[in-house]
Design a protein. Structure first.
Length: 223
């Protein structure tokens, strides 16, 4: 059974929560397990729940936390491996299903330009660092383990909404189900949880519109 372990450690206001965790590991409990890598809010591996809010430990500064006590929890909706480490396999399996890469109709012979307007349509979703905060916050993932989750669906729109992409139509058809495009409750918990201000719900809504438009065209025989 998971339980809380209390540690007392002195930190400077300019220290990050990650630095606090490292200090605990160095000075008090070398067995403390957690993930981190870049320390620059780029890799997303240090995502945890800090005083009830999803964030990256490396970008959360002590001076911005209004309580003397800092409570750290592993991401919900994922099995705990040890301490703050969770098993991310379900998250990555969902991500793989959307084929997270550009699929051009033909390989261009020269630079394939994207206008600023076209780029803005997907710009927000490019910022996703796959930290899984949104996955941990999602109430649909909590009740349906087959649901792809906010990050995978937002990343799908990042590619399906790219004018250079011609190969994600099959993926859109495959996820035109309750555990895919139509599972979202649109309660915006993923938006609140994202440390990079990505709005997965907006991407999911865009996927729904794209799906309805595509099916309507098929119905009347328009390609």
């Amino acid at each position: 059974m998971p339980y809380f372990q209390e540690y007392n450690v002195e930190l400077e206001p300019s220290d990050s929560v990650l630095e606090g965790i490292l200090k605990i590991q160095d000075e008090i409990d070398p067995s403390l397990a957690f993930r981190y890598s870049c320390r620059g809010a780029v890799c997303g591996s240090c995502a945890v729940v800090i005083n009830g809010k999803f964030n990256l430990a490396c970008r959360s500064l002590v001076k911005n936390i209004k309580t003397e006590e800092i409570v750290l929890e592993p991401l919900p909706n994922l099995e705990i491996v040890k301490d703050l480490i969770v098993d991310l396999q379900p998250f990555w399996k969902a991500y793989e299903k959307i084929r997270p890469y550009l699929i051009p109709k033909v390989i261009p012979e020269k630079e394939n330009l994207v206008s600023p307007k076209e780029e803005r349509a997907i710009d927000n979703f490019i910022n996703c660092i796959l930290c899984a905060c949104c996955y941990g916050s999602c109430p649909v993932v909590t009740r349906d383990e087959k649901y792809l989750g906010p990050a995978a669906l937002a990343k799908l729109f990042r590619f399906a909404g790219d004018i250079r992409d011609k190969g994600h139509t099959d993926v859109l058809d495959e996820i035109d189900i309750e555990s895919g495009t139509w599972g979202c409750d649109t309660v915006f918990k993923c938006v609140d949880a994202c440390p990079k201000k990505v709005r997965p719900t907006d991407g999911i809504e865009a996927l729904r519109r794209k799906t309805v438009l595509r099916k309507s065209k098929r119905l009347i025989g328009v390609k």
